[in-house]
Design a protein around this ligand. Structure first.
Ligand SMILES: [Zn+2]
Length: 151
Protein backbone atom coordinates (compact mmCIF):
# COMPACT_ATOMS: atom_id res chain seq x y z
CA UNK A 1 0.00 0.00 0.00
CA UNK A 2 1.18 3.47 -0.83
CA UNK A 3 0.89 6.61 1.17
CA UNK A 4 -0.95 8.61 -1.45
CA UNK A 5 -3.55 10.84 0.12
CA UNK A 6 -3.70 13.30 2.90
CA UNK A 7 -6.84 13.96 4.97
CA UNK A 8 -5.59 15.89 7.96
CA UNK A 9 -3.39 12.91 8.88
CA UNK A 10 -1.48 10.59 6.58
CA UNK A 11 -3.45 7.48 5.77
CA UNK A 12 -2.46 4.23 4.16
CA UNK A 13 -5.32 3.34 1.86
CA UNK A 14 -5.99 1.16 -1.14
CA UNK A 15 -6.71 2.52 -4.58
CA UNK A 16 -10.43 1.77 -4.18
CA UNK A 17 -10.56 3.79 -0.99
CA UNK A 18 -8.57 6.48 -2.72
CA UNK A 19 -11.14 6.63 -5.49
CA UNK A 20 -13.98 6.89 -2.98
CA UNK A 21 -12.14 9.61 -1.09
CA UNK A 22 -11.57 11.42 -4.37
CA UNK A 23 -15.29 11.24 -5.14
CA UNK A 24 -16.08 12.49 -1.64
CA UNK A 25 -13.75 15.38 -2.21
CA UNK A 26 -15.45 16.30 -5.48
CA UNK A 27 -18.86 16.03 -3.83
CA UNK A 28 -17.71 18.32 -1.05
CA UNK A 29 -16.56 20.89 -3.56
CA UNK A 30 -19.94 20.67 -5.27
CA UNK A 31 -21.97 20.85 -2.06
CA UNK A 32 -22.24 24.28 -0.51
CA UNK A 33 -23.99 22.83 2.53
CA UNK A 34 -20.95 21.10 3.90
CA UNK A 35 -17.77 22.25 5.51
CA UNK A 36 -14.74 19.99 5.66
CA UNK A 37 -13.00 19.82 8.98
CA UNK A 38 -10.28 17.20 8.95
CA UNK A 39 -11.91 13.84 8.42
CA UNK A 40 -15.23 14.94 9.93
CA UNK A 41 -17.94 16.87 8.17
CA UNK A 42 -20.07 19.44 9.90
CA UNK A 43 -23.62 19.71 8.66
CA UNK A 44 -24.56 23.33 9.10
CA UNK A 45 -27.87 24.53 7.80
CA UNK A 46 -28.67 28.06 8.85
CA UNK A 47 -32.42 28.67 8.75
CA UNK A 48 -33.01 32.15 7.39
CA UNK A 49 -36.29 34.01 7.40
CA UNK A 50 -36.87 37.61 6.42
CA UNK A 51 -39.23 40.29 7.56
CA UNK A 52 -39.45 43.74 6.01
CA UNK A 53 -36.24 45.04 7.61
CA UNK A 54 -34.37 42.11 9.07
CA UNK A 55 -32.78 38.76 8.45
CA UNK A 56 -33.55 36.26 11.18
CA UNK A 57 -31.46 33.14 11.75
CA UNK A 58 -33.93 30.91 13.57
CA UNK A 59 -31.57 28.15 14.69
CA UNK A 60 -28.61 30.01 16.17
CA UNK A 61 -28.48 27.76 19.26
CA UNK A 62 -28.39 24.61 17.16
CA UNK A 63 -25.64 26.01 14.91
CA UNK A 64 -23.60 27.07 17.93
CA UNK A 65 -24.12 23.66 19.57
CA UNK A 66 -22.87 21.88 16.43
CA UNK A 67 -19.77 24.08 16.56
CA UNK A 68 -19.45 23.64 20.35
CA UNK A 69 -19.44 27.40 20.86
CA UNK A 70 -21.60 29.90 22.73
CA UNK A 71 -24.42 31.34 20.57
CA UNK A 72 -23.43 34.83 21.78
CA UNK A 73 -19.84 34.36 20.53
CA UNK A 74 -21.00 33.21 17.12
CA UNK A 75 -23.56 36.03 16.97
CA UNK A 76 -20.93 38.66 17.81
CA UNK A 77 -18.74 37.30 15.02
CA UNK A 78 -21.53 37.50 12.45
CA UNK A 79 -22.46 41.05 13.41
CA UNK A 80 -18.86 42.25 13.57
CA UNK A 81 -17.92 40.73 10.22
CA UNK A 82 -20.95 42.15 8.46
CA UNK A 83 -20.87 45.49 10.28
CA UNK A 84 -24.57 45.15 10.98
CA UNK A 85 -26.62 45.73 14.08
CA UNK A 86 -28.55 42.87 15.57
CA UNK A 87 -29.59 41.00 18.68
CA UNK A 88 -30.11 37.50 20.01
CA UNK A 89 -33.42 36.51 21.53
CA UNK A 90 -34.25 32.93 22.48
CA UNK A 91 -33.07 30.79 19.59
CA UNK A 92 -33.05 33.65 17.09
CA UNK A 93 -30.40 36.02 15.83
CA UNK A 94 -32.01 39.10 14.33
CA UNK A 95 -29.76 40.99 11.92
CA UNK A 96 -30.65 44.32 10.37
CA UNK A 97 -30.88 44.27 6.61
CA UNK A 98 -30.95 41.42 4.17
CA UNK A 99 -28.31 38.72 4.42
CA UNK A 100 -28.37 35.98 1.79
CA UNK A 101 -27.85 32.32 2.62
CA UNK A 102 -24.65 32.39 0.52
CA UNK A 103 -23.29 35.20 2.66
CA UNK A 104 -24.30 33.38 5.84
CA UNK A 105 -22.57 30.18 4.74
CA UNK A 106 -19.43 32.05 3.78
CA UNK A 107 -19.37 33.60 7.26
CA UNK A 108 -19.91 30.19 8.86
CA UNK A 109 -16.87 28.91 6.97
CA UNK A 110 -14.82 31.88 8.14
CA UNK A 111 -15.94 31.35 11.74
CA UNK A 112 -14.97 27.68 11.63
CA UNK A 113 -11.62 28.50 10.07
CA UNK A 114 -10.79 31.10 12.69
CA UNK A 115 -12.52 29.91 15.87
CA UNK A 116 -13.24 26.19 15.59
CA UNK A 117 -10.73 24.32 13.46
CA UNK A 118 -7.32 23.54 14.93
CA UNK A 119 -4.70 25.09 12.61
CA UNK A 120 -2.24 22.33 13.50
CA UNK A 121 -4.21 19.10 12.98
CA UNK A 122 -7.45 20.39 11.39
CA UNK A 123 -9.45 18.81 14.22
CA UNK A 124 -12.71 20.35 15.38
CA UNK A 125 -12.72 19.10 18.96
CA UNK A 126 -11.54 22.43 20.26
CA UNK A 127 -12.48 25.00 22.85
CA UNK A 128 -11.65 28.65 23.49
CA UNK A 129 -10.14 29.65 26.80
CA UNK A 130 -9.37 33.06 28.29
CA UNK A 131 -6.02 33.87 29.83
CA UNK A 132 -5.80 37.42 31.10
CA UNK A 133 -6.63 39.57 28.07
CA UNK A 134 -5.93 36.82 25.58
CA UNK A 135 -7.96 34.06 23.97
CA UNK A 136 -6.62 30.71 22.88
CA UNK A 137 -8.01 27.87 20.84
CA UNK A 138 -7.19 24.62 22.63
CA UNK A 139 -7.30 21.43 20.59
CA UNK A 140 -8.44 18.33 22.46
CA UNK A 141 -7.10 16.11 19.67
CA UNK A 142 -3.46 17.21 19.37
CA UNK A 143 -3.11 19.54 22.36
CA UNK A 144 -2.11 22.60 20.32
CA UNK A 145 -2.74 26.00 21.81
CA UNK A 146 -3.24 28.74 19.22
CA UNK A 147 -3.99 32.41 19.85
CA UNK A 148 -7.33 33.69 18.53
CA UNK A 149 -8.59 37.25 18.49
CA UNK A 150 -11.07 38.45 21.02
CA UNK A 151 -14.50 39.34 19.66
ZN1 LIG B 1 -5.15 19.91 16.85
Amino acid sequence: MLKIYRVGVDLDITSKEFYIKLLDNVMLKVSRERTVTGDRVLELRPNLVYDTKNTIITNINQLAKTLNREPSHFARFLLKETGRAGSVTDDKLIIQGKMTSEETKRLLDLYIKEFVRCPVCNGIDTRIISQKRFRFLICDTCGAKSPVRRI
